[in-house]
Design a protein. Sequence first.
Length: 94
Amino acid sequence: MKIKIDANFVMMNKFNPPIFLEVEEGSTLKDLLERIQSIVLPIKVLDHKKNPGDDLRRIILNGRTFLPTEIGDTPLQDGDEVFVEIFMEPLGGG
C-alpha cells in the first residue's frame, strides 16, 4: 500500500515531505509512525516503548485529527494521506 505523508517539519537530506511510503497490507497508523521514527531520529515521534513520543502533537489521517493518545491500532488503507505535526521550539529570530 502507498501512503502519502506530509508534516510541519523537514530534515534536510532525510525527510522532505510530502513523501510516499510503501507499507504492508494490514498496517496501522502506529506501524507507519514507527517507519517515520526510523527516518527522523532524533525527533521523538515514538518513544523507546513505541508509545507516542514527547515531540508528537497530532496526526491527521484523511482529514480526521488524532491526538497522540488516540492513535491505537487505527488501520491504514491504500492511498491514505497522513499529516504528522510535531512540537518545535522556536529557533530564534528578532
